[in-house]
Write a protein that binds this ligand. Structure first.
Ligand code: SF4
Length: 239
C-alpha cells in the first residue's frame, strides 16, 4: 500500500527542487548591475552578420543556422552585391543561390528557403520584410530565434533571441535557468530590466562568443567576474 504521507513529501520535495533549479540565482539589483556593466563596456552592441537592409539581414540570419557569422559573411559578400532585394533573389534563381552559398553548411536547403522566402515576400508582403513574429515565422527557414533577431535588429523590438550562447550562459551562471530555448527566453524577459532589453541579447551573445565560451570560459577577462555565481567560474590567475 502506498504511504500517502511519504508520497506527498516526495512530490513536495521534488516541486521545491524544481523551483530552486528554475529561479534566477541573482537578485534584481545584481541583475541590474550585470547589464549596467555590459552597457558601460559596450553601449551600442551590434550583431556580426553583414547586411545592407532588412531583407539581407533576414537572409543572413536564415543562412546562419548551424554556421558561423564569419562563414556566412564570406558567402554573402558577393551574393548581396548581386541580390539585395527579394525580386533580385528570385531572378537569380535557386541554382545560382546554391552556388553562391555552397561554402555554408546545409547550403542546399538554405538556398531553397532563401528562394522561397523571397517569393513569399513578393507575393504576400509587397517585397517588404514583415514586422510581426507570426508573419516572419510563416516564411520558409524562419523559426522563433530568426524572427527575434530580425525584430530586434531591423525593427528595434526588445526581443531576446536565444541561441546556443545565450542558452549556455543563462544556465551556466544561473541568470535564467531553463530546459529549452523558449523557457530561457521567457525567463530572461522576466528578469532583465526593461531599459536593457533592447541590447541584452547582443551583450549576451558577444559575451558567450568571446568570453564565457563553451569549453573554457575566459573568466580572467570577464567584466562580470565579481557578480558571477557560476560553479564553473575559474579563479583569476588559474586560467
Ligand atoms: S566569470 Fe567565467 S563563468 Fe562567470 S560569466 Fe564570466 S566567463 Fe562566464
Amino acid at each position: 500500500m502506498v504511504d500517502a504521507t511519504k508520497t506527498k513529501k516526495v512530490v513536495s520535495s521534488s516541486n521545491t527542487r524544481k523551483k530552486t533549479v528554475s529561479r534566477s540565482r541573482y537578485s534584481k539589483a545584481e541583475i541590474y548591475e550585470i547589464f549596467a556593466t555590459f552597457e558601460k563596456d559596450n553601449p551600442e552592441p551590434e550583431g556580426e552578420l553583414n547586411h545592407s537592409n532588412e531583407f539581407t539581414l533576414l537572409v543572413a540570419v536564415v543562412l546562419s543556422a548551424q554556421a558561423t557569422d564569419a562563414g556566412v559573411n564570406k558567402a554573402t559578400k558577393h551574393l548581396f552585391q548581386i541580390a539585395d532585394t527579394p525580386e533580385k533573389m528570385v531572378a537569380l534563381g535557386e541554382d545560382k543561390i546554391r552556388e553562391e552559398i555552397r561554402t555554408i553548411g546545409l547550403y542546399k536547403n538554405k538556398a531553397k528557403n532563401t528562394f522561397l522566402l523571397s517569393q513569399m515576400l513578393i507575393e504576400h508582403h509587397g517585397g517588404q520584410v514583415p514586422q510581426t513574429r507570426e508573419e516572419l515565422e510563416a516564411l520558409p527557414g524562419v523559426g522563433r530565434k530568426t524572427a527575434n533577431v530580425v525584430l530586434n535588429i531591423a525593427f528595434g523590438q526588445p526581443t531576446i533571441a536565444v541561441d546556443t550562447h545565450l542558452f549556455r550562459i543563462a544556465n551556466r551562471i544561473g541568470l535564467a535557468p531553463g530546459k529549452t530555448p523558449l523557457d530561457v527566453e521567457k525567463k530572461l524577459e522576466k528578469v532583465i530590466p526593461p531599459e536593457f532589453m533592447q541590447h541584452a541579447h547582443h551583450w549576451l551573445i558577444l559575451h558567450g562568443r568571446y568570453i564565457c565560451k563553451a569549453r573554457k570560459p575566459a573568466c580572467d577577462r570577464c567584466i562580470i567576474y565579481d557578480l558571477c555565481k557560476s560553479k564553473e567560474k575559474i579563479l583569476k590567475g588559474t586560467n
